[in-house]
Design a protein around this ligand. Structure first.
Ligand code: GCO
Ligand code: MN
Ligand code: MN
Length: 394
């Protein structure tokens, strides 16, 4: 466990906090399934400037967020040059890049897993172009969110074939990055559903298992997202903890989400405060060096000012929770309660490595279950201390 550092001043975001936002997040115009946009689209350069003023570290983007798909090569170069200039002037970075493989109708049956081989080839070609763009802008991480990789009609795809094609695409693109000597790693972003009825690689656990089958597993990690695990009814804190345990936390998408709802993409920490607290504590104590990336958007009710309230709020809540995590580590009552719950004892090996001698010794003295069952762990007390801490009475 590393000690949580960061300025004592605490609540004003700085570059060192590594807060980043997708261009599509602050740029979200507020359209939803039932209504059209409520805000005007932002110029990416204005978003970079405003985010820099608020204390952010950088941005992420889809290829199409920056360069409209219909642009000519000359227009593309002009757009990219202009962004580079803005990044230079503001000291902001591009911390992650990705491909839009979901918006265009061509991807309605999937991208890497479309039944149509022509669509699959186009998806890989588009991704190669977007990887070039990411590399040109210095993005160290490239995210793969398979938004359309899934089905509504179960009979329409054999899942094993789809996974074969998904793997083929990842292996091919790893080869592309290696061949071009780009200093870039890949991060898969699992999601259970939306926009598809069922998505391939639905959770962190599925994606971790999938990575183990790739040709270059060391190049590929995860980009887990709060909303996505929460939509599955899972604890995001536990998902990220296991991702870290595998050494696979390459990037993270932070937002807020209620269990059992549509994909909400709410301001970070605005729902599930306790899970968010343990997540921040985990990230800060784990030594995770990557960006704290927000993939969310302002409520549809907001105008431009509301968008910046939203962005500032994501960072502020993170810093508030980081402060609470620091307090948790030094609170004498909490330390005592952790002791009473035997929290650190779980870090001690149980039986060590197998040997015939160790097995014989254990069999001879397995312990008395009745005696072992007598103790209480005082988890009620421990959890109430956490509540007191979070609600501000400690
Ligand atoms: C979603 C996803 C996306 C991805 C983005 C980057 O639910 O729509 O979270 O926002 O993160 O496409 O890959
Ligand atoms: Mn999402
Ligand atoms: Mn996301």
């Amino acid at each position: 466990m590393v000690q949580i550092d960061g300025g004592a001043a605490g609540l004003k975001p700085t570059r060192a906090d590594k807060f980043t936002f997708g261009l599509w997040t602050v740029g979200n115009p507020g359209a939803d399934q039932f209504g059209s946009a409520t805000r005007v689209r932002l110029d990416p350069n204005d978003s970079v400037r405003k985010l820099a003023d608020l204390g952010a570290f950088g941005i992420s983007m889809h290829d199409d967020d920056l360069v409209p798909p219909e642009s000519t090569p000359a227009q593309r170069d002009q757009i990219v040059a202009r962004l580079k200039k803005t990044l230079n002037e503001t000291g902001m970075v591009v911390s992650m890049a990705t491909t839009n493989l979901f918006g265009h109708p061509v991807f309605k049956d999937g991208a890497f897993t479309s039944n149509d081989r022509g669509v699959r080839r186009y998806a890989i070609a588009k991704t190669m172009r977007a990887i070039d763009l990411g590399a040109e802008l210095g993005a160290p991480v490239y995210v793969f969110w398979g938004g359309r990789e899934g089905v509504e009609a179960m009979a329409s795809k054999r899942p094993a074939d789809a996974l074969d094609r998904y793997r083929e695409a990842m292996d091919f693109l790893c080869g592309y990055v290696i061949d071009h000597k780009y200093p870039m790693r890949f991060a898969i972003e699992p999601k259970p559903n939306e926009p598809r009825g069922d998505t391939f690689l639905p959770t962190v656990g599925h994606a971790l298992a999938f990575i183990g089958t790739l040709e270059h597993p060391e190049m590929v990690g995860l980009n887990p997202e709060t909303a996505h695990e929460t939509m599955s009814g899972l604890s995001f804190f536990h998902a990220v903890a296991q991702t870290l345990w595998h050494g696979k936390l390459f990037h993270i998408d932070l937002n807020g989400q209620k269990i059992g709802r549509y994909d909400q993409d709410l301001r970070f920490g605005s729902e599930g405060v306790k899970d968010a607290f343990f997540l921040v504590k985990l990230l800060e104590e784990s030594g995770y060096q990557g960006p704290r990336h927000f993939d969310a958007h302002a409520y549809r009710s907001e105008d431009a000012d509301g968008v910046w309230d939203f962005a500032a709020g994501c960072m502020r809540t993170y810093l508030l929770l980081r402060e609470k995590a620091r307090q948790f580590a030094t609170d004498a009552d909490i330390t005592a309660a952790l002791e009473e719950a035997s929290v650190t004892e779980l870090a001690q090996p149980t039986v060590g490595r197998y040997s015939a001698k160790a097995a014989t010794e254990l069999a001879a003295d397995p312990g008395d279950p009745a005696a072992l069952a007598r103790r209480g762990y005082r988890n009620e007390h421990l959890d109430q201390l956490v509540m007191d801490l979070l609600l501000g009475s400690r």
